[in-house]
Design a protein around this ligand. Structure first.
Ligand SMILES: NC(=O)c1ccc[n+]([C@@H]2O[C@H](COP(=O)([O-])OP(=O)(O)OC[C@H]3O[C@@H](n4cnc5c(N)ncnc54)[C@H](O)[C@@H]3O)[C@@H](O)[C@H]2O)c1
Length: 282
């Protein structure tokens, strides 16, 4: 099956990024959100992002016009019926996603595939809410979607080989380099990244090095573009803590114990850039 039209649920940070990636690759995107305001904001974000690419001479004005014409914004789920693949990129809330997925499942053609962009919810569990667990899969894009090359493709317990092949093919048509991972908390990237950040807090708490030296060490010694503590400030310390708590609970392994310093900073409301203060002051 060749995917010609992709439905996207949610016009937020990830949804509009996915719509842009589709449209630039010549694939029709139908982006649905709950309010016209959210849809309009998503489309305006794509337009602004394409303008920046024109300024950098990575895109022509004609290519922008062609891409924008491929994006249809809507507040009506019925408009998703035309899609061979629907990517759910709505707010990260389990109950909400269940409701959305049941609704979409009842609308789509039987052969259509449903994917979720969830960062933390089990793909196998979400698939079980639909009547098509074999045609359900995870597509975990990275932010900002148009810039980031990776898509983690997550196979649920019942995902079929045909579904995996179709979604891998689409990811490559979007210009992405997909990797495939079996369903497990954190998939690959966050499973490794967030415990590394947590470990950086242990090193800081033990007084082994200053925050600046920990970050400089990982940048200069491992070629990381940003140090783990500065990255924690960007992600939000509360988000990092929540992720570690999920790993501790789901794997039942004490190696995922959140660093007490991380917990203290979250309790104090020092959440990173968004509160003006985290490991560093902004
Ligand atoms: N932001 C990231 O860095 C990132 C990275 C990878 C994955 N994700 C995942 O992507 C998903 C979306 O995250 P985001 O950062 O784009 O969130 P966001 O808050 O920017 O956007 C979510 C959008 O979903 C919409 N929405 C809520 N309920 C809806 C419904 N019933 N129908 C249609 N739309 C609805 C909201 O109005 C909002 O516009 C989440 O599952 C998140 O875990 C986020």
């Amino acid at each position: 099956m060749t995917i010609q039209t992709v439905g996207i649920i949610g016009a937020g940070t990830m949804g509009n990024g996915i719509a842009q990636a589709c449209a630039v690759a010549g694939i029709r995107a139908v982006m649905v959100d709950i309010s016209q305001g959210a849809v309009d904001k998503g489309i305006a974000t794509v337009s602004g992002s394409l303008d920046r690419l024109i300024k950098k001479e990575k895109l022509t004005a004609e290519q922008k016009t062609a891409a924008m014409a491929l994006i249809q914004g809507s507040t009506n789920y019925d408009d998703l019926k035309q899609a061979q693949l629907v990517i759910e990129a709505a707010t990260e809330n389990y109950e909400l996603k269940l409701k959305i997925l049941k609704q979409v499942d009842s609308l789509l053609a039987p052969e259509a595939i449903i994917a979720s962009n969830t960062s933390s919810i089990s793909i196998t569990k979400l698939a079980a809410a639909t009547s098509r667990a074999d045609r359900f899969i995870g597509m975990h894009f990275f932010n900002p979607v148009p810039m980031m090359a990776l898509v983690e493709i997550i196979r649920g317990y019942l995902t079929s080989d045909a579904t995996h092949a179709a979604v891998k093919d689409l990811s490559e048509r979007l210009g992405k380099s997909p990797i495939t991972v079996k369903n497990a908390p954190g998939f690959v990237v966050n499973r490794i990244l967030v415990p590394m950040i947590n470990e950086a807090f242990f090193v800081l708490a033990e007084g082994s090095a200053t925050a600046e030296d920990i970050d400089a060490g990982m940048k200069l010694g491992c070629n990381q573009p940003i140090g783990p503590l500065a990255l924690a400030d960007m992600i939000g310390l509360d988000v990092c803590l929540a992720v570690m708590e999920v790993y501790l609970e789901e794997f039942g392994d004490s190696k995922y114990r959140p660093c007490p310093l991380l917990k203290e900073m979250v309790a104090a409301g020092q959440l990173g850039r968004k509160t003006g203060r985290g490991v560093y002051t902004y």
